[in-house]
Write a protein that binds this ligand. Structure first.
Ligand code: ADP
Ligand code: MG
Length: 653
């Protein structure tokens, strides 16, 4: 977070801490209150008149401001709006000194007490900065919750005894015991026991999932019933949870484009503010025929009100709050840019298998010209090496019939199938079109009836001879229909791109009401399709991240679902839904649109307030103090409306 009010630099000196802010604000409040009546207390002609107690407030409150202004100017060569406020404060002090020298520069509100004015401006700036810090801290509570989620110790089995060790000492392949109602501290695979695990902290899903031997469990989740033993699969700094934390931290540093624009403006705004202040000085002096002292006061007021703090705050505070809110719901938004892009998408492109359809595809039928057991052994042994949802279904089916054996020369034909060498034979399992549709007559009738039913059909060849065909059926994911309907209601176009055959594609598209779809695409053809759509639309691609990586990377914005444990998707997609909940997508888009509206509204309001304030100062209707009040009120308004985004509930997205 870096705006004009916030006085943050890379290192945090003592005077930028909350403690310093609270102490100096309290002291300054007393000093400035006394300073307001200083002339009445000490009299105009005593020596104490020159030792105005308000100086204490000026010094305490302006140190951080002046430090940031000069640090940025001289160390980083950047002009920040804090420089503007510094100039305004220096100008106030100059007016005070003029007053000492007997030059009366009184205005109605400050009785010529410019130390009070300078202190007041710095005081209000510090309050603004503090409020901003507090909002940002609140937004970060989401990741702090994540960071604190995983327990710091684990019960590790060392020579048959369970010893409590810090998780950093737990190694891959160690066996760890998770007792009932304890939190899981590592990522691993269950080796003994059954239980239900609550993943809500990571995925936002409230229903616990049953786990048994062979299932994955993740650090940060809660073990709810039975004791389980798990074999550790990832080092403690590589767990899904720690990756999420890294990504959210990274997101907070990746500012949205509008935010950096506001920063760029600072270097234009400061010189323009000074120029306009000078113009106001001369216009009021020569045009309005007021005294030069009054003209000077109006010039200084312009300097104060011109600072676009609220404008600079509008985007970063809203983005931080929105990212914080989404994180709490198991949605990782990796950058402010992704959030803003998503709010502007008009087309959502879906992958089919594993995205619109359930991951647990099932084998519904098969034919083979060789012995059943051998056929299953070939299929299981080849597919064991693949991570594709179809592969998992095929392995489950095959291993039920015959155990798989080891394979060599494994090769993935992405979006087509897999091949490997088994017992010196070259085995390929791939989509049926890969084999040049040379159906043996006895299979032909079967295959065409499968295709008519919208099945996914894969062929199996051994040493280039086709030995059988398998039909797989996929079912719609829960919430898929609702997701598509809601997107259509929101005026968003939906497109399905699939590597599967035309019949299965058509069936799924019909069930969902998706009018546009392309089938039989290879990954590079999916990429081309996305590129084409991108030419006239803002495209969000939703995929599984494994074989859709190229098209995910090409789309304006990308999303992956159910990514717990799949690093690739978590790395590639701009937005990751930890839970496998497709129905969250329309809600998320609505929410990002709301965030965008908040940002635009805040920017318009703050610009309007600044403009009005400049005009009022020109006519002498605002003093520097009132200017600072108006200025801070608009910042406060922006920070509060952003903070409200933190409280938006999922159903109101
Ligand atoms: P989608 O675009 O629907 O997600 P993919 O591009 O992942 O589909 O795969 C396209 C087609 O390639 C599948 O329908 C299937 O016929 C075939 N295929 C992909 N991977 C495998 C595999 N591991 N085993 C068998 N066939 C596969
Ligand atoms: Mg897929």
């Amino acid at each position: 977070m870096d705006s004009c009010c916030s006085v943050k630099t890379a290192k945090e000196p003592f005077f930028q801490t909350l403690k310093y802010q609270i102490v100096s604000l309290s002291i300054s409040l007393v000093c400035l209150a006394l300073s307001f009546f200083w002339q009445d207390i000490v009299g105009r002609h005593s020596i104490a008149y020159y030792l105005n107690i308000g100086w204490i407030g000026v010094i305490l409150c302006s140190i951080p401001l002046v430090y940031t202004a000069f640090y940025n100017l001289f160390k980083l060569g950047k002009i920040k709006s804090s420089l503007l406020i510094t100039v305004a404060i220096i100008a106030c002090i100059a007016l005070e000194i003029l007053d000492w020298c007997g030059v009366s520069v009184a205005d109605a509100h400050s009785h010529g007490n410019y130390i009070f004015t300078a202190g007041e401006v710095a005081f209000l700036m510090m309050i603004g900065g503090m409020l901003e810090d507090i909002t940002v801290r609140k937004s970060k509570a989401g990741i702090e919750k994540l960071v604190n989620l995983a327990p710091k110790t684990a019960w590790v089995n060392i020579n048959g005894e369970y010893v409590s060790l810090p998780v950093s000492l737990v190694r891959i392949d160690d066996t760890v015991l998770v007792k009932p109602y304890e939190q899981v501290s590592v990522d691993g695979v269950v080796s003994t026991g059954n239980s239900a695990v609550n993943t809500s902290a990571i995925t936002g899903e409230s229903l616990p999932t049953d786990v048994t031997v062979g299932d994955n469990v993740y650090a940060g989740t809660w073990n709810q019933s039975g004791a389980i033993e798990i074999v550790v699969t990832r080092a403690s700094n590589q767990t899904t949870l720690s990756k999420m934390v890294q990504l959210v931290k990274q997101a907070e540093n990746n500012r949205a484009p509008i935010a950096s624009t506001a920063d760029k403006w600072a270097s234009i705004i400061v010189p323009s503010a000074v120029t306009i202040a000078v113009i106001v000085f001369f216009v009021t002096l020569l045009g309005f025929k007021v005294g030069w002292q009054e003209a000077l006061v109006r010039g200084v007021t312009v300097l104060v009100v011109f600072c676009p703090c609220a404008l600079a705050l509008a985007t970063p505070t809203a983005i931080a709050a929105a990212i914080g809110n989404a994180t709490k719901r198991g949605i990782i938004i990796k950058s402010g840019l992704a959030l803003q892009t998503l709010s502007a998408v008009d087309t959502v492109v879906f992958d089919k298998t594993g995205t619109l359809t359930k991951n647990d595809v099932t084998v519904v039928d098969y034919v083979t010209s060789i012995d059943d057991k051998h056929f299953a052994m070939y299929v299981g042994s080849v597919e064991k090496t693949s991570t594709h949802p179809l592969a998992q279904a095929l392995v489950r089916w095959a291993e039920n019939k015959s155990p798989s054996i080891s394979s060599t020369d494994m090769n993935t034909l992405i979006g087509v199938g897999v091949s490997a060498t088994i017992e010196d034979r070259h085995v390929v399992v791939a989509k049926y079109t890969h084999f040049g549709v040379s159906f043996a007559p006895n299979f032909l009738a079967k295959c065409s009836s499968w295709l008519n039913d919208g099945r996914t059909v894969v062929g199996v060849s051994v040493d280039d001879n086709i030995v059988g065909w398998i039909a797989l059926g996929d079912t719609l994911k829960e919430g898929a229909l609702q997701c598509i309907n809601q997107l259509h209601l929101a005026g968003i176009r939906t497109v399905m791109l699939t590597g599967d055959n035309q019949f299965s594609a058509k069936m799924i598209a019909l069930q969902l009401g998706i009018e546009e779809y392309q089938h039989s695409l290879l990954p590079e053809q999916k990429l081309l399709a996305v590129q084409q759509l991108k030419q006239s639309h803002k495209v969000c691609m939703v995929g599984d991240g494994v074989n859709d990586a190229p098209s995910l990377a090409t789309a304006d914005c990308s999303m992956a679902m159910g990514v717990m444990g799949t690093d690739v998707a978590l790395q590639i997609a701009d937005i990751a839904l930890m839970a496998d909940r497709i129905d969250k997508i329309p809600d998320l888009i609505t929410f990002t649109r709301r965030v965008h509206r908040t940002i635009i509204r805040n920017m318009c309001i703050s610009m309007a307030i600044n403009l009005i304030a400049v005009i009022l100062s020109l006519f002498g209707l605002l003093t520097p103090i009132l200017g600072a009040v108006v200025h801070n009120l608009s910042s406060l308004f922006v920070v509060i409306t952003s903070a409200l985004l933190l409280t938006v509930k999922e159903k109101q997205y």
